[in-house]
Design a protein around this ligand. Structure first.
Ligand code: SF4
Length: 428
């Protein structure tokens, strides 16, 4: 478990919309999350729940036709706050800066140094025509040059590991090599840091010569090139087999302990969450529906969706019982198709009449365990349950497990829709 102190990131009321020909898609709605310095915060949910859009919103990587329409993203960095205070006074509060109010140029300069991102598909993240070492060295060089540019916010906030003379020479002498020898050496060091054997030789190889696991390690190395404060890892192990997944998770864990870096981990895999995270947010239909510590989520959960996700994990102690997927699908997030009720109601085994009047608010207890469900305040009463006819298809999930005898009456093969797998990890 990492050393946790004050918040490094505080997201408040974040909403991201996509404006499509079919209408407005509410991909993320009114999201509140705070992430403490040095912790691993996980966001878990099914495909289409808004996890990756959340990550991209924080990184400032939402592309047209999407747009952040509301909210604040407060990032704690005293040097940055000092550097932008005069020009952007409204964006600064003490040693925190609202990234949403910064010009795109400054925001861009923070990517790679303050924030870095690991994507789920390493193969599409590397240029196949350049060696891995060359690409890593270039990433290092870009960060160093940005730090050396006296006009950049980064130079004012981070100082420079690259001499001003070097910067000036490379600006006026285009023939001078873009990537310096020291950046190449750093690239090899980074490959070594992420456990690539024979890093000097491997740096000379092309991406197609790397295995999937090695390429994922190389991508982590690339993300670390600018020594970021916050690493956003979007499904970092999804494309890998289980053994390699475990190695990559070990590596991230080790790097996090060494560097005390903060990690925002996006995954559909509760095994990964259990293994890596300090706190968790469960996402559904663009909203955080439950948030808390690992214990809150695994042992003391309230939201039926959280319960359904947990019921989808294989458990060796419950051998003989079949897994119960959550029936149905994540609802459409098109604004005109979203009903004015709890968005999970169509799939919920505890749905009551009260759940159909309006979407529930996020209810936060004293210990910061937050739940967006009427059950946070009201006991389930069967007499007030929504009648069976309300549910389409096979009805709501039960309590997460079913007796094999009951399955005989169920339709032959039903596709699981809760994309939750066991990550092969053990709960810490
Ligand atoms: S508010 Fe009602 S329908 Fe929604 S998750 Fe809670 S119990 Fe289920």
């Amino acid at each position: 478990m990492s050393n946790v102190s004050e918040d490094i990131l505080r997201v408040h009321g974040l909403s991201t919309r996509y404006f499509t020909d079919d209408g407005q898609v509410n991909a993320v709605s009114d999201l509140d999350v705070r992430i403490e310095q040095g912790e691993v915060f996980g966001i878990v949910g099914e495909s289409g729940s808004g996890k990756s859009v959340t990550a991209r919103s924080i990184m400032g990587l939402i592309e047209s036709p999407g747009r952040i329409t509301d909210g604040e993203i407060w990032y704690r960095d005293a040097n940055l706050a000092e550097a932008v205070r005069d020009d952007q006074p409204d964006a600064v509060d003490g040693d925190q800066v609202d990234l949403q109010q910064l010009p795109e140029g400054i925001r861009r300069s923070l990517r790679g140094t303050s924030f870095s991102m690991i994507f789920q598909d390493p193969e599409s993240s590397f240029n196949p025509s350049l060696t891995v070492g060359e690409q890593l060295a270039e990433a290092v060089e870009v960060q160093r040059r940005a730090s050396a540019n006296p006009r950049s916010t980064k130079a004012r906030t981070r100082g420079s590991a690259y001499s001003l003379t070097n910067y000036a020479l490379s600006t006026v002498l285009p023939s001078r090599k873009y990537v310096s020898e020291s950046s190449r050496e750093r690239a090899v060091e980074l490959l070594e840091l992420v456990g690539i054997p024979d890093p000097v030789e491997r740096a000379e190889e092309y991406p197609h010569e790397y295995s999937g696991g090695m390429l994922q390690r190389a991508m982590i190395a690339q993300a670390l090139a600018g020594e970021p404060d916050v690493l956003v890892a979007d499904e970092p192990t999804t494309a890998l087999d289980v053994t390699i997944q475990a190695q990559i998770l070990d590596l991230l864990d080790e790097l996090q302990t060494q560097t005390e870096m903060t990690i925002l981990l996006i995954t559909h895999n509760l095994g990964v969450i259990a293994r890596m995270c300090d706190r968790v947010g469960v996402m559904y239909a663009g909203e955080i529906v439950e948030r808390g510590t690992l214990e809150d989520i695994f042992d003391d959960h309230v939201h039926p969706y959280t319960r359904g996700l947990l019921g989808s994990i294989p458990d060796i102690e419950r051998a003989g019982q079949r897994l119960q997927p959550i029936p149905g699908n994540v609802p459409s997030l098109l604004d005109h198709e979203m009903a004015n009720r709890c968005y999970f109601a169509d799939r919920c085994p505890k749905a009551m009449e009260a759940c159909l009047s309006h979407p529930p608010e996020l209810d936060v207890d004293d210990e910061h365990h937050a739940v967006r469900c009427v059950l946070a305040e009201t006991e389930y009463e069967e007499s007030r349950a929504v009648p069976d006819e309300y549910f389409e298809d096979d009805g709501p999930v039960t309590d997460g497990r079913v007796d094999p005898a009951d399955l005989e009456e169920r339709p032959a093969e039903q596709e699981p829709t809760a994309a939750v797998e066991d990550g092969g990890g053990e709960r810490r």
